[in-house]
Design a protein around this ligand. Structure first.
Ligand code: C2E
Ligand code: CA
Ligand code: CA
Ligand code: CA
Length: 277
């Protein structure tokens, strides 16, 4: 029994070692990916009640040379823990601003929403970096949205408010992502310069049949009305979900029903060809 125990410990140790090694490998590959041009920016449409294109969310992809395309759910957490998210986030923001500065995109007034990590906000020079990217690309800041999760507001609230206010003064809009899944109270919301709430897809997908989720969606819409905020419903996949939402008033829709995320330049070409832009 003792030997078996020892074997188990050895096995455990080597398994841990393998896991740690795999992690380390992936981390150094990700570090390299940014410079190697392996990251790609995808855009997913956000439409109004008449299905008109009004905005797009920027979503990053990693075309790994051997593993194929990796979803952000795999590498964003790794980037967050290792701090690589700061360089990755700068890359995404620079790409998104480059698209906003395109003449055809700017003329159409398309807004682009970019996901921001709390680690980016925590950078001492965060505001300066954003200003730099805006200046380098020539993007109109009033067309840029930053999606932040409720987590961004929990730590360093005063610092976050200060930075958000400075960016909001430039015309950048803020959206609270995955709203309803975190801990933010109305008191927090009132103190932040935000313009939009995004209802998490978990609520949207069950809402038509689940009275609890339907009540939550109604509560979020009431908060938004009270604070005069725009609302985006994410993860809309079926006509039934869209109809459920449409009956509840004026909001924006994002989800496979209206369009999947596609590689940015290709997506823009399609929109131009369709006359959506
Ligand atoms: P998120 O911000 O909540 O993004 C929405 C996710 O829902 C995206 O997954 C999108 O592809 C997916 N989605 C869109 N429509 C539908 C639908 O109708 N049904 C379902 N089931 N899913 C839908 P994706 O692209 O895999 O991204 C996952 C998460 O990774 C994002 O969640 C976001 O938190 C993070 N992420 C993506 N790009 C970036 C980035 O550039 N920076 C940072 N910090 N995080 C990012
Ligand atoms: Ca998002
Ligand atoms: Ca979400
Ligand atoms: Ca549910």
């Amino acid at each position: 029994a003792k030997a078996a125990g020892r074997d188990a410990v050895c096995f455990f140790k080597s398994a841990m070692g393998a896991q740690a090694r795999a992690r380390f490998t992936l981390e150094s590959e990700l570090r390299h990916a940014i410079d190697a041009g392996e990251l790609a920016l995808f855009l997913q449409p956000q439409v109004d009640g008449e299905r008109r294109l009004v905005a797009a969310e920027a979503l990053v992809r990693w075309h790994h040379p051997r593993r194929g395309t990796m979803p952000p759910g795999v590498f964003i957490p790794l980037a967050e823990e290792s701090g690589l998210i700061v360089a990755l986030g700068d890359w995404v923001l620079r790409r998104a601003c480059g698209l906003l500065a395109r003449e055809d995109v700017a003329r159409a007034g398309l807004r682009i929403a970019v996901n921001m990590s709390p680690r980016q906000f925590a950078q001492e020079d965060f505001v300066a970096r954003v200003r730099r990217i805006l200046a380098d690309t020539g993007a109109d800041p009033t067309r840029l949205l930053m999606e932040v999760t409720e987590g961004v507001m929990l730590d360093r609230l005063a610092d976050t408010i200060a930075k958000m206010s400075e960016l909001a003064a430039l015309g950048i809009h803020f959206s609270i992502d995955d709203f309803g899944t975190g801990y933010s109270s109305l008191a927090y919301l009132k103190r932040l310069p935000i313009h939009e709430l995004k209802i998490d897809k978990a609520f949207i997908q069950d809402a038509p049949g689940d009275p609890n989720d339907a009540a939550l969606v109604d509560a979020i819409l009431a908060v938004a009305r009270h604070l005069n905020l725009r609302v985006v419903a994410e993860g809309v996949e079926t006509e039934e979900q869209a109809a459920f939402l449409r009956a509840r008033g004026h909001l924006l829709y994002q989800g496979y029903l209206f369009g999947s995320p596609l590689e940015a330049e290709g997506q823009i070409e399609r929109w131009l060809a369709e006359g959506a832009l």
